[in-house]
Design a binder for this molecule. Structure first.
Ligand code: G4P
Length: 323
């Protein structure tokens, strides 16, 4: 199953971004450092094409540092783009952001007459309010959350010459990369009703098994009793999920494992960092998934068109017969 949803306020936020982008010097795109490719909103890329971009990899404390380095290097090769990684414990976020933005717009941000104006965007749960809270104080950022429901933009003066425009976190209407849907769900960006926890946990365990077997082994103490395999790669995902359920006491009547509870526990362990610092995609993997997603999407479009044409022809021949 591919994950889809219907984002609220998407249209209004899209309009607000399209308007604001014309009058800013830099667009900051907040990405989840554990899934930078999947957390990049393609709608934003389309709206901000010509603007200098700062890719801000958030929650770096939860991500695999090697992969974060790889993603930063990947973004640095892109035109008009700079990339940095941060987390909520960062000591001086305003200074770091201003310095990073100045690399993209060197003449801005030093004087009142030439302030640095930036737009900050990101998907839900990427850590934007937490960062804003640190930069502007809890009350101000809270006000932004509340205002975001009715008003699509908030403006903050981070210094006398550094203005930040904030927009509500949005997703995009259609996901063409299957793995992106699963990774967004695992990260908490998608509302719970839009996905199946068990399916998301199985896809996540499959990835972690290959890339971070040690994390799974030590978190779930695989092989501790000497009767089971300690290497997660010797488990299939379903068995691994059942094992997680058992060790967490998630049993139903008759001793059956509660797979729903097990899936929730595995996802929670990923989100909270209990599995250690792990990332769910490398730049190379994401490029492959994207290429496949685009290929399948193009095939789908051809099939849809052929179906529409066949239907139109059928309607036409039906009309002729009636004559
Ligand atoms: P948003 O505005 O982009 O939607 O995200 P928000 O700041 O609300 O952050 C979403 C969740 O991510 C919060 O956890 C927050 O504490 C956590 N978070 C934000 N930045 C970081 C970071 O740099 N590192 C880590 N490890 N976590 C971060 P929550 O469990 O949903 O809420 P809470 O109970 O912690 O507030």
């Amino acid at each position: 199953m591919a994950i889809q949803w219907f984002p609220g306020h998407m249209h209004l936020t899209r309009q607000a971004i399209a308007e604001r982008v014309k009058a800013v010097d830099v667009v900051i795109e907040m990405l989840d450092a554990r899934l930078p490719g999947s957390s990049a909103n393609p709608m934003l890329a389309e709206l901000t094409q010509a603007k200098p971009k700062l890719k801000l990899l958030s929650k770096q404390d939860l991500a695999d540092p090697l992969q974060t380095e790889a993603w930063l290097a990947h973004y640095q090769t892109q035109d008009q783009t700079h990339a940095i990684a941060l987390d909520a414990k960062h000591q001086a976020p305003v200074k770091t952001l201003l310095e990073a933005c100045r690399r993209l717009a060197p003449t801005r941000g030093e004087s009142l007459t030439k302030p640095m104006r930036v737009l900050i965007c990101g998907i839900p749960n990427v850590g934007k309010s937490t960062l804003l809270n640190r930069m502007v104080g809890k009350t101000a950022a809270k006000a932004a959350d509340e205002a975001g429901v009715t008003k699509q933009e908030m403006r903050y003066a981070l210094t006398d010459a550094f203005y930040l425009y904030d927009t509500p976190g949005v997703l995009w209407p259609r996901i063409i990369v299957a793995q992106t849907g699963f990774n967004l769900a695992a990260s908490g960006a998608i509302g719970r009703n839009a996905f199946d926890d068990i399916e998301v946990a199985l896809v996540m365990l499959d990835y972690l098994k290959t890339h971070y077997p040690q994390s799974l082994q030590s978190r779930y103490k695989l092989g501790q009793d000497g009767k089971e395999a300690s290497d997660p790669n010797q488990w299939d995902e379903e068995a691994l999920l059942a094992r997680i359920g058992k060790s967490r006491g998630g049993l139903l009547s008759g001793g059956r494992v509660d797979l729903q509870k097990a899936a929730e526990a595995a996802i929670h362990d990923f989100r909270s960092g209990a599995l250690g610092r792990v990332s769910l995609e490398t730049p190379q993997e994401f490029a492959q998934w994207l290429a496949l997603g685009e290929e399948l999407d193009a095939e789908r479009a051809v099939r849809k068109e052929a179906f529409a044409q066949a239907k139109a022809a059928q309607r036409k021949s039906g009309q002729k017969k009636r004559w």
